[in-house]
Design a protein around this ligand. Structure first.
Ligand SMILES: [Zn+2]
Length: 168
């Protein structure tokens, strides 16, 4: 099902909703269309170009967000499916400080890794095996998580996401 990106009144991306929900917001004048696609949505009386990006006409105060759920798919998305030790295609997730050595299962201690690095490292610390991280792992921003859950990014969304989410 087609989705639309919802921007706050300030143009910050907020969330992704089904296109029909986006149309309802526009018809209720709670949002305006920023970008539309060529696809038409038909109602009983009229046809509308399906929006791909809408902007709320009022400002939504975004509450402090919960941390994005930590799972394999989200870690792979954050790390671009690349091993964070050598840059090869990742196949596993690795605990930087192994769990057997007291490492926690948290965003800051979990990275995507290729099989050879994962095998080489085993239950050892980085300096013990001469590996280093290409960048410090951190929790992704909420929007990255939204994009991961949707699975694809419409080209119209990219200018709005580029500022924050996808570089997280
Ligand atoms: Zn590797």
């Amino acid at each position: 099902m087609a989705k639309a990106l919802v921007l706050n009144a300030t143009y910050e991306p907020l969330c992704v909703v089904p296109v029909r929900r986006a149309v309802v917001l526009v018809l209720k004048e709670k949002a305006e269309v920023v970008h539309a696609t060529e696809e038409l949505l038909h109602s009983e009386r009229a046809a509308f170009a399906a929006p791909s990006v809408i902007r709320l006409t009022y400002f939504v105060k975004v509450p402090l967000r919960a941390r994005a759920a930590l799972n394999r798919r989200a870690v792979f998305a954050r790390d671009g499916h690349r091993c964070q030790y050598c840059g090869a295609s990742a196949e596993n997730i690795d605990h930087v400080v192994p769990r057997s050595r007291g490492g926690e299962h948290v965003w800051e201690n979990v990275v995507a890794a290729c099989r050879p690095c994962n095998t080489r490292k085993e239950d050892r610390l980085l300096h013990e095996v001469g590996l280093s991280l290409r960048r410090k792992p951190s929790a992704p921003k909420e929007l990255t998580w939204i994009v991961v859950s949707v699975g694809s990014v419409h080209p119209h969304w990219q200018p709005y996401l580029a500022a924050g989410a996808l570089s997280a």
